[in-house]
Design a protein around this ligand. Structure first.
Ligand SMILES: O=P(O)(O)OC[C@H]1O[C@@H](O)[C@H](O)[C@@H](O)[C@@H]1O
Length: 301
């Protein structure tokens, strides 16, 4: 989330995982990145069966149905759903941050876990006695994880540093350069590093992309299905300054790598459906622990 993000409609909040639908960028007649990100979504209590959202996970299903206004600008019937699945095992959550925190902070997080468990139970007890409300186990787990996440965020200091990051998995691929009228080029070099503005659409990318953060000694892994392309964006200094909802220096601590379907649009016939998946996870990188080779992260299972 960007510090300067605006929380007022009709614009989407800057940060997080954007949903660009039904168009990417200005590749169509609609507003930039389509209207989906600028609409209010509803919680879907009866979602279609997504394989990822099983009872062992924490998830929320959201649905976007076209409003009358939407059907005027995009005359297609659709029901668009997104299922956000969170890791709900503490160990998965800690793995995301292990490399990002120094040893003594990792120890303080582990030391804090019993307190957080007791705190969650204590709050629930109060809730049942005083409010007459009972939360489900899933909800309690969510509260517990969120509380712990706040602590980890606080201890982990600065977020990602784009100067120290490199992306693997996109080398030698063709890309469209948004900074050069979407001209097609072929990526050269072993990995993608960042020294200036980047705005590229990599085409027909592998299902796994690794983002290596040397400074925080962790590797983010993006796995995807049904979304052949991948977008890489960092506005760098000048564009950062030009965006009202983006801090002048925030480009140093962000990198946008997202799964996309840009080159070939997905068109559905009546009754057909489509499913795409993007999974983000983080593991401590070998540069920290010496136990994990980023190449294995990228090419392994
Ligand atoms: O400012 P917006 O509309 O959220 O878009 C941010 C960026 O999103 C990227 O996906 C585009 O490739 C960039 O060109 C664009 O600047």
């Amino acid at each position: 989330m960007k510090k300067q993000a605006t929380f007022k409609p009709p614009k989407a909040i800057r940060g997080g995982i954007p949903i660009c639908f039904p168009q990417f960028s200005n590749l169509g007649s609609l507003e930039q990145h389509g209207f989906a990100r600028n609409r209010f979504w509803t919680i879907d209590t009866d979602p279609p069966p997504f394989s990822t959202a099983s009872s062992s996970k924490t998830y929320v299903d959201l649905t976007l149905k076209p409003s009358e206004e939407d059907t005027k600008i995009w005359a297609h019937i659709f029901k668009f759903g997104v299922s956000w699945v969170m890791p709900n095992r503490l160990i998965e959550l800690l793995a995301c941050w292990n490399g990002g925190v120094r040893c003594h902070t990792a120890a303080s997080i582990c030391g804090a876990i019993p307190h957080y468990i007791v705190w969650t139970i204590w709050r629930e007890q109060n809730n049942r006695i005083f409010e007459g409300e009972e939360r489900s186990i899933i909800e309690l787990k969510r509260i517990f994880i969120l509380s712990l996440f706040e602590l980890i965020t606080m201890l982990s200091g600065l977020p990602i540093s784009s100067f120290e990051v490199r992306v693997e998995g996109l080398e030698t691929l063709d890309y469209l350069d948004n900074l050069q009228n979407r001209e097609r080029f072929t990526e050269q070099g072993d990995a993608i590093t960042f020294e200036s503005e980047v705005d590229k659409i990599y085409l027909s990318t592998p299902t796994k992309i690794a983002i290596l953060d040397h400074e925080k000694k962790r590797t983010f892994v993006l796995r995807k299905d049904g979304l052949p392309d991948a977008m890489v964006w960092n506005p760098w200094d000048k564009k950062a300054k030009a965006m009202v909802d983006f801090g002048d220096e925030e480009y140093k601590h962000m990198l946008c790598v997202e799964a996309a379907a840009v080159e070939k649009s997905i068109t559905l016939k009546a009754g057909e459906d489509w499913k795409g998946r993007q999974e983000l996870s983080a593991v401590p990188s070998s540069y920290c622990s010496g136990q994990l080779d980023p190449q294995k992260v990228l090419h392994g299972s």
